[in-house]
Design a protein around this ligand. Structure first.
Ligand SMILES: [Zn+2]
Length: 156
């Protein structure tokens, strides 16, 4: 697989990240998280919110790897050697901040539900995925059929 290590930076602070997706999409995500102050695993929002100018975004390495951990290890390498970086997601340890943040994030995501027109209660973050599932269309069609029947009964 191919992945990227990127750096988001201001004069005195920076953030390192890795992604297997289009780095620009990842940057947009960072921007969005910063703008709406979503709980984030990273501290990258500082670089967007605490300065007069938007941060610089730079891809610093393109990595070929077999295991995603290899990509993470390279990211950690940059994080460890740069003392201006604001990253909190360092090497995961079972009792550490990293894991706590991850759990907090999962709880937050679970707490945000969305009532779909098909009748499903779904996780806010999986809404877009849900809207194209068979289950959604099946339930929606069933609802439409039921409404048709009701209307027909009234007319007859
Ligand atoms: Zn639905």
């Amino acid at each position: 697989m191919k992945g990227f290590i990127y750096k988001i930076s201001q004069d005195d602070k920076c953030y390192y990240g890795s992604t297997v997706r289009d780095p620009i999409i990842r940057l947009k995500e960072h921007e969005r998280h910063s703008k709406y102050n979503l709980p984030n695993l990273t501290k990258s929002e500082i670089l967007f919110n605490n300065y007069d100018f938007p941060p610089l975004f730079k891809i610093i390495a393109e990595v070929e790897f077999e295991n995603i951990q290899d990509l993470k290890d390279i990211e950690y390498y940059y994080i460890e050697k740069d003392n201006t970086c604001v990253n909190v997601a360092r090497k995961p340890d079972p009792n550490g901040v990293w894991v706590k943040n991850k759990l907090r994030m999962q709880l937050y995501r679970k707490s945000k539900t969305y009532d779909c027109e098909c009748g499903c209660k779904i996780n806010y973050f999986s809404r877009n995925k849900h809207l194209v599932t068979k289950k959604h269309f099946k339930l929606l069609n069933k609802k439409i059929e039921e409404n048709k029947k009701k209307i027909c009964t009234v007319i007859l």
